[in-house]
Write a new protein. Sequence first.
Length: 61
Amino acid sequence: MHFYDGHFGGMHFIWIAILSWIFFVPYGILYQESKKDSPKDILDRRYAKGEIAKEEYEEIK
């Protein structure tokens, strides 16, 4: 049998896809968890959107 004459060439893509998935899925989950907003970031965003007044912003800050 000739396994490397082109008949099983597509199997390499499957292994590459599986190994890529094993690496990138945990990396993506960890990256999202470390990117959570701090309370100050949330407060700044709410003030920028106009959801809270300047006085309320200064009081909470």
